[in-house]
Design a protein around this ligand. Structure first.
Ligand SMILES: Nc1ncnc2c1ncn2[C@@H]1O[C@H](COP(=O)(O)OP(=O)(O)OP(=O)(O)O)[C@@H](O)[C@H]1O
Ligand SMILES: [Mg+2]
Length: 302
């Protein structure tokens, strides 16, 4: 599988101070939904603008569809749809009229207008002007504009920004359909892991301009398992800690018991035996997985 988008040591400075991007190596595999995550000011929009050629590249390389973007700009734009920050919409025109303008620019078939309106669920907005649309409807129109020329790669900067939980759910469903049924590769940024966790196949986590993690969602999940703790609920936590230290393990006191991180299954039985043999009563043994949000926050120091 090829890379749809690849950056090599992308570095960008807006001023003499700390770089906004520091040697970012992004690899978006063809057919994937890549969640590009990071808190406010992490460098997500800057990266996406550079990838789209909206910001002049300073250092590093950017490949879109395997070729340097600037050398093949027109060809690349034909296969790429994007929505960065709020979409550019004519407020005095209807959804269909907004799309018809671009349809003429792109010279794509007239029926595409109806098709994309159907895809984003705006087919029945009739004479309503876009200026009177809700935020969610505007976002969907923005997506329709990005989809008009049937791109194979979509680059979306926080498309769920400002949407209510239902709008977020709808947008997620829409992106999933585009990916599964139309084979569109999607690079989508978000500052909330929980918002894209159910959507993405791959994850990149950026903070202070540095990519802290990149891999499949499965890899992120297995990292979560490795970080899981086993909690022993006992009748004497202080004594339990001593016994556990005696086994050369590192316990932490947590509410309701003593936790040990990264224990293998067999070790759990061993710790239990040692506790019981030392006269410590064990009421319950539980595995606590730190949730994804927590790993994410651990990584970005939140
Ligand atoms: N045009 C600009 N001029 C100066 N500094 C900028 C400019 N655009 C971005 N920056 C700085 O670059 C850093 C990264 O900003 P960027 O907009 O890429 O972050 P982000 O991850 O998209 O954040 P958010 O979640 O708030 O959208 C920030 O420190 C920001 O202040
Ligand atoms: Mg941004």
């Amino acid at each position: 599988m090829g890379c749809c988008v690849e950056t090599v040591d992308l570095t960008h400075r807006f001023s003499e101070a700390e770089p906004a991007l520091d040697r970012v190596r992004l690899q978006v595999t063809e057919g994937s939904i890549y969640g590009f995550l990071g808190p406010n000011g992490a460098g997500k929009t800057t990266t996406l603008r550079l990838i789209l050629g909206l910001l002049k590249k300073q250092r590093g390389e950017i490949y879109v569809f395997g070729r340097p973007f600037t050398e093949t700009r027109v060809e690349t734009l034909r296969r790429l749809g994007s929505m960065i920050e709020s979409p550019s919409i004519y407020a005095h025109l209807t959804a269909a009229e907004n799309l018809q303008i671009l349809q003429r620019v792109y010279r794509c078939p007239k029926r595409r207008v109806e098709e994309v309106l159907e895809v984003v669920g705006l087919a029945r907005t009739g004479r309503k002007r876009a200026g009177q649309f809700s935020l969610g409807m505007k976002q969907r129109l923005g997506l329709a504009l990005a989809l008009l020329h049937a791109p194979t790669l979509l680059v979306l900067d926080e498309p769920t920004n400002g949407l209510d939980p239902n709008g977020i759910l709808e947008m997620r469903g829409l992106l999933r359909t585009l990916n599964r049924e139309h084979g569109v590769t999607i690079l989508v940024s978000s500052h909330l892991l929980s918002e894209v966790e159910k959507l993405v196949t791959h994850v990149g986590i950026i903070n202070h301009g540095r990519l802290l993690f990149q891999g499949t969602l499965a890899e992120l999940l297995s990292r979560r398992r490795a970080n899981a703790s086993v909690v022993f609920e006992t009748d004497d936590d202080a004594k339990a800690e001593l016994v556990i230290r005696g086994l050369a393990l590192s316990p932490n006191a947590v509410p309701g018991g003593v936790a040990i991180r990264g224990l293998e299954r067999e070790q759990v039985a061993g710790v239990n035996r040692a506790l019981v043999e030392s006269g410590v009563g064990v009421f319950q043994i539980g595995r606590v997985e730190s949730d994804l949000e927590k790993i994410f926050l651990d990584m970005v120091g939140g």
